[in-house]
Write a protein that binds this ligand. Structure first.
Ligand code: SAM
Length: 273
């Protein structure tokens, strides 16, 4: 349907199958102004300082791990964990020839092969939407944090995707379909509750919106709609008409899309008494 996008996206090849796609998609997402603006918010919540031990779950290509490492300095250390071996390899490659205290490992955030109480900070950005049990990831985070340590999480809430420029009812169906196809598409709004359920205290939650430019939006949504079309959830004609409306709106300066996410943080309580 969107030949030019299918080409860019590896002809519909899933990110897990085509590592090149995953890396290009991650880099494009991290280059969005709204995502770039998110990073300092998270750094502020992490309150990094020299000598801290930091764990990044779902580190992707590791750009933020290197940024954290510059802040904790040689007396600290930052470990990046990701379930995708190709991303861990890319993160390791990007870190070569830099004298930074970073290590990257393949691992599962749901079952960390790490000692209890061995980190001062855990950062988790845009991972929880991908897992079926986000609370388990937060329990693991609490386990590996030292008492008084802090977790900082960001995730989107895909039900908040606001799109201007096309038919209202069909747009609603598409937003819902896209959200429901994500294992935890609504995890953003659940973050304060999940952090509380995992036993964290001193909770803070800050909403953060990201504007999606048309090229990135098309890439993102067409990947999903190709699958939804194949599953029979939509008629080809209605999707062609929807994209035509958006193409015209974009050409006329009338397209807009934005998505809300949340930066949530909490502290692991020190033993009482
Ligand atoms: C959207 S990316 C975010 C990457 C990185 N945090 C950043 O800001 O660039 C989500 C990452 O989570 C990883 N991931 C998904 N499920 C995971 C799991 N169960 N354990 C570890 N990593 C996981 C994916 O491979 C992917 O690299």
């Amino acid at each position: 349907m969107r030949e030019q996008l299918a080409g860019a996206a590896g002809a519909g090849v899933a990110p897990a199958v085509d590592p090149g796609f995953a890396i290009r998609f991650l880099d494009a997402g991290n280059a969005l102004p709204g995502v770039r603006a998110l990073k300092p918010l998270m750094v502020e919540q992490l309150a990094l300082r020299r000598g801290l031990d930091v764990l990044e779950l779902g580190c992707g290509a590791g750009d933020d791990v290197r940024s954290f490492a510059r802040r904790v300095g040689p007396a600290g250390h930052v470990l990046g964990i990701d379930s995708a071996p190709a991303l861990v390899a890319e993160a390791t490659r990007r870190s070569q020839d830099r004298e930074l205290p970073v290590v990257f490992r393949v691992g599962d955030a749901l079952a960390l092969d790490l000692a209890a109480a061995s980190f001062d900070r855990v950062r988790i950005e845009r991972l929880l939407m991908h897992v079926d049990e986000p609370l388990q990831v937060l329990h693991e985070s609490a386990r590996v944090l030292r008492p008084g340590g802090r977790v900082v999480v960001f995730d989107f809430d895909w039900d908040t995707l606001a799109i201007d420029g096309a038919d209202r009812e069909l747009t609603r169906r598409i937003v819902r379909s896209h959200c429901d196809a994500t294992p935890n598409g609504r995890v953003g709004r659940a973050l304060p509750r999940l952090l509380g359920d995992a036993g964290f205290e001193e909770l803070t939650t800050v909403p953060h919106g990201v504007v999606l430019p048309y090229d990135f939006f098309s890439w993102l949504v067409s990947s999903h709609l190709d699958a939804a079309l194949a599953a029979g959830d939509f008629e080809p004609d209605e999707l062609i008409a929807w994209w035509d409306q958006l193409d015209r709106a974009h050409a006329g300066g009338g397209f807009f899309a934005a998505l809300l996410g949340f930066v949530a943080s909490g502290t692991k309580q020190a033993p009482r008494g």
